[in-house]
Structure formats: structure tokens, C-alpha cells
Design a protein around this ligand. Structure first.
Ligand SMILES: C[C@H](O)[C@@H](O)[C@@H](O)C(=O)CO
Length: 536
């Protein structure tokens, strides 16, 4: 029987034992702070599942375990999902789906592990699943913002955040010419139709990243369901010479590969060459099926067979990339990027495809990518305190985004706790400039898109290093300032772990392109929400 005063805590984790073990200490520390904060407000706390001595961690590490845990829970009790690590949302989604008491998702404001990323993914999943929840985050669980939010949740079962930065009905205010440009482009896309190649749908429990076919079809995009087994088979048909030619091309562009000799912990030349084979195989399959965009899941399945897909993904997203030829000698997608959506995040795939072609039509650089919303802190820029986000993705961004392009790009071994078989990243520091940011998501069984304007800033070398050391230094980084959107506003509104970014050429072109992109998204049938300062 549950006590009247009691709040339950559950913690969803990774599927990979190594990740759960490495991250457990941070989770324990966070839960202790959270527990103290709750007790301070006169409530008691009980973990709904215990530390497992054999596994050496206390996370829910599968859907099966999650269902088991929730079978033992009083459905009406208030429940907190506490996250300080990257987690697979489907571990707890089933239980939360039928939970009747108030639900709160909480993450610690730390970059050490992707806990904020994990919580944002869960929020996106709960939103898509139409499960009511509230959400909070804190650096030390003693701050005013957190204490106030927690009190509100305990007393009322819900939290109202400040969303005054969101303008959901502003499309009618944009200039007629921008509206016309965006709509004409999207009408063509919709009528011509496009193919989204999905190499094994559903990555790491990211239910939010799957667009139901019925919704996607209305945009003119149709899925081609591809298998990572075919990708692996096709890799075996790529010759060593062809793989070597890709690597030579990258060397000729000045890219660095941080190779060592121990494949268990270091990147090796063999791993990179295998990635070059994957790059060629992916382009050949995309061509065979006529794909306009592709996504490779990698996690589940491919991770047990071969090296990471990240180098491949970053190259595909870059217009200037190593040429790939078909068996009969045709160059495939010559002079073009083949937009790739990391972790088969189909919401990002839709965005990537639309943005790449729209930007080209507008005469702007089309390379775009998603990043994780990993963390962030204030930094003084030209005498002004700005909140600078750490946008970081687990392996690849297009070299066109980096300071120095390919010369500024390097490949580091993926961390062994996530990527046992290694493979390198495509890493660099994103160049300063204006960007349009966005996120497509599913809410109320409808496609939505949040979008706004941002600026990538240049930080001193030691600050970049500090931010990398405080997160994952093998991964590409972007120092982003979002215009007119505070840290808490983004966290409260965002419905995904990922955020999409594309450069404009200056501030005015970023605002114009943002308006046109909104009109295009609207023409495809998405509900558009301008966030922050977008000039009309
Ligand atoms: C390696 C990790 O699992 C990452 O894939 C994770 O942090 C993400 O990037 C989630 O978007």
C-alpha cells in the first residue's frame, strides 16, 4: 500500500550495460539531491525499483523490465522520472501511458552525460503519445526556479512554464512575397513527391522520432523501409580500392584522423576504411531505391556487426563529399549532399530534405544537421551575458559547418561504452554565423514545427575545450545563442532531444529564410510556431 505523502521515483537507462554502469554514479548523486528537495517540501520518496547488485546499476534497462516495475506501482501515485543519462524512452513509455497520477520528468543541469537529452526525448515521446506530464530541470536542486516548480507540481499536479516566446498564429503576418516563395516551393515538393529511406525504423526507444505514415504522406514524402542487413551486405561488396579512394579524397581535403593501434579504445585505419565502405554502400542503396534522404539507425543490430555510421552521416550531409560510383561507373548524386537523418529521426529527415532544397533555391548553403540539446551555460560575449547552448551530436555534422571546413575536421574514436566496435566521428567546431533552428514533432496526431533564428558564436579556445571536456569531446560542437528564447523557455517548449540547424549568410537572410521555411512547412500541412525573435 502506498503512503499518502509518498512520491515515487523511476530512472530509465540505456540498453547498453557499459553505459548504465559508467553513468550510475551521476544518477545516484542526482537522485540524492532530488530526494532532499522533495523531503524539504514535506513529502517522502520511494524508488519504485532497486539497485541491481549483479548489474551494478539501478536503471530500468529494457521495456520488459519497465513493464514489470510499473505492474508493482499504484497507478494513482505521483511519479517522477529522474534522468541524468541518455535513456531509451520505450523502457518507461508503456508504464507512463497508463499511469493515472501526476507525472513529472526531471533532469539535472549537467553536461557530463546526456541526461537533459534523455529527458527531452522522453518529453517528446509523452507528447506524441498524448500522455500528460510536467517537466523540470535544476543544477543543484536548491534553486528558486526548481523549488517553485516542484511545489507547484506537488500541490496542483502540474507546472505552467513561461511560453510567452511562442507565436503560433504569426504566419499571416509575414510578407506576401516570402509566403508565396515558401508555399510555391512546398507545393512542388508535395506534387513531385520524395522518398525517405529508413534503415531500420525506431532507434534507441525514440518513439517520438517515428512519423506515422498517414501524417508523412500528406507532406508528399513516402518511406522506403530499408534494412541495415542489406547495408552490411552491400559493404562487403565494396572493394578495398574504392574505400581507399574515399580516404585519400578526405586526406587531400586536409581532414585529420586520430588513429592509434588498440582497436578496443582507439580509432584505427581499418575502422576508418570500413566506414568508407559503409559510405559507398549507403549511397549505392540510396540510388537503387531512388531515395532523396536516408537515415541509418546503427544502434541495435549494426552496432554488433560493424563500426559506427557517424563519419558516413557527416559526409552524406555535405555537398562537397567524396564521389561515389555505381557498379557500371555512373557517379551517384554528383555534386549533391544526400541529406542524412541521424538515429533515423524521421522528424529531422523531413526537415533535412525540405531545408536542403529550399536553401539551394534561395541561394543559401543547404548543408544542415541535427544536434542534441546537450547543455549550456552563460558566457560573456562583448560585455553581454548570453546563454550559450552546447549543441553536440553523437558523431557527425557536415564539414561545411566547421571552422576551416575539412581542414578543421577530425575523426576520433567513438567512446567504447556506447560504441564497442569503434569507428570515428566527424568532429569540428561550428563556425560563427546566423542560423535558422527548427524542430518537427508530432502532437495531437498532427505534425508541428517550432522554428526561430539563432547565432553561432565564437568562444575562446579554452572555453570550447572546457565545454568539450564537460560533455563528450569526441563529438562535433556548436556554440549557439537562440534569439529571444531563454534557457527555460526552450526546455519547456521543446519536444525532442534533437534540434535542427542550418546557416544563412547574414542576419537578414536568416530572418527571411526562417519566414519562408515556416510558409513551406505550413504548405506541407504542419502547424508552425515561431519561437523568439523572428523579424516579420
Ligand atoms: C551515444 C548516445 O547514445 C547518443 O546516441 C545519444 O546521446 C544521442 O545522441 C541521442 O540523441
Amino acid at each position: 500500500m502506498s503512503e499518502k505523502n509518498e512520491i515515487l521515483i523511476v530512472a530509465s537507462g540505456d540498453l547498453r550495460l557499459s553505459a548504465n554502469q559508467s553513468c550510475w554514479a551521476a544518477q545516484e548523486e542526482m537522485e540524492n539531491l532530488l530526494r532532499a528537495a522533495i523531503e524539504k517540501q514535506g513529502r517522502t520518496v520511494r524508488r519504485a525499483h532497486l539497485y541491481d547488485n549483479a548489474k551494478k546499476h539501478g536503471f530500468i534497462d529494457s521495456q520488459k523490465m519497465g513493464m514489470e516495475v510499473f505492474r508493482g506501482i499504484d497507478k494513482k501515485q505521483p511519479l517522477i522520472v529522474a534522468e541524468s543519462v541518455w535513456q531509451y524512452s520505450h523502457h518507461v513509455l508503456a508504464g507512463l501511458f497508463t499511469h493515472e497520477g501526476p507525472i513529472l520528468t526531471v533532469a539535472n543541469w549537467s553536461g557530463q552525460w546526456p541526461g537533459l537529452v534523455g529527458m527531452l526525448n522522453l518529453n517528446g515521446c509523452l507528447t506524441k503519445a498524448n500522455v500528460k506530464y510536467s517537466t523540470l530541470w535544476s543544477e543543484d536542486f536548491k534553486d528558486q526556479f526548481f523549488a517553485k516548480g516542484l511545489k507547484e507540481w506537488i500541490e496542483t499536479g502540474t507546472i505552467k512554464h513561461d511560453l510567452s516566446h511562442v507565436k503560433s498564429n504569426a504566419l499571416s503576418a509575414i510578407p506576401a512575397e516570402d509566403n508565396q516563395t515558401g508555399r510555391a516551393f512546398a507545393a512542388r515538393l508535395k506534387s513531385d513527391k520524395a522518398i525517405m529511406g529508413v534503415f531500420d525504423e525506431g532507434c534507441m526507444g525514440m518513439y517520438n522520432a517515428i512519423i506515422p505514415d498517414e501524417l508523412l504522406h500528406q507532406t508528399g514524402i513516402f518511406k522506403e523501409r530499408l534494412s541495415q542487413s542489406s547495408l552490411y551486405a552491400a559493404m562487403r561488396n565494396v572493394s578495398n580500392e574504392d574505400a581507399r579512394a574515399v580516404l585519400d579524397w578526405l586526406f587531400s581535403k586536409g581532414m585529420t584522423f586520430n588513429w592509434g593501434s588498440d582497436p578496443e579504445t582507439e580509432l584505427t585505419e581499418e575502422q576508418t576504411l570500413e566506414q568508407c565502405k559503409m559510405y559507398i554502400a549507403a549511397v549505392r542503396i540510396a540510388d537503387e531505391f531512388g531515395c532523396d534522404t536516408i537515415g541509418i539507425q546503427y544502434q541495435q543490430g549494426l552496432k554488433d556487426l560493424t563500426v559506427a555510421s557517424d563519419l558516413v552521416e557527416g559526409l552524406l550531409n555535405n555537398q562537397d563529399r567524396p564521389p561515389v560510383f555505381s557498379a557500371d561507373g555512373r557517379e551517384l548524386y554528383p555534386g549533391q549532399a544526400l541529406p542524412h537523418f541521424n538515429e533515423v529521426d524521421e522528424c529531422a529527415g523531413l526537415d533535412a530534405l525540405l531545408t536542403y532544397h529550399l536553401w539551394k533555391e534561395l541561394g543559401l548553403p543547404g548543408e544542415n544537421t541535427l544536434h542534441d540539446i546537450r547543455w549550456g551555460e552563460n558566457f560573456n560575449i562583448a560585455g553581454k551575458d548570453e546563454f550559450v547552448w552546447v549543441f553536440l551530436i553523437s558523431g557527425a555534422a557536415p564539414p561545411a559547418h566547421f571552422i576551416g571546413g575539412y581542414k578543421g575536421a577530425s575523426s576520433d574514436r567513438q567512446p567504447p561504452m556506447y560504441f564497442r566496435l569503434g569507428g570515428g566521428t566527424l568532429k569540428g567546431i561550428s563556425k560563427p554565423g546566423y542560423i535558422v533552428w527548427s524542430r518537427v514533432y508530432v502532437q495531437d496526431n498532427t505534425l508541428h514545427c517550432d522554428l526561430g533564428v539563432g547565432e553561432v558564436v565564437s568562444l575562446p579556445e579554452e572555453e570550447t575545450r572546457r565545454r568539450w571536456e564537460g560533455t563528450t569531446q569526441q563529438w562535433p560542437i556548436m556554440h549557439a545563442v537562440l534569439k529571444g528564447v531563454s534557457r527555460n523557455q526552450l526546455m519547456a517548449k521543446h519536444k525532442a532531444n534533437h534540434i535542427h540547424v542550418v546557416y544563412a549568410v547574414d542576419e537578414a537572410s536568416a530572418h527571411r529564410a526562417c519566414r519562408i521555411k515556416a510558409a513551406a512547412m505550413s504548405e506541407l500541412g504542419l502547424q508552425v510556431h515561431f519561437c523568439g525573435d523572428v523579424q516579420f
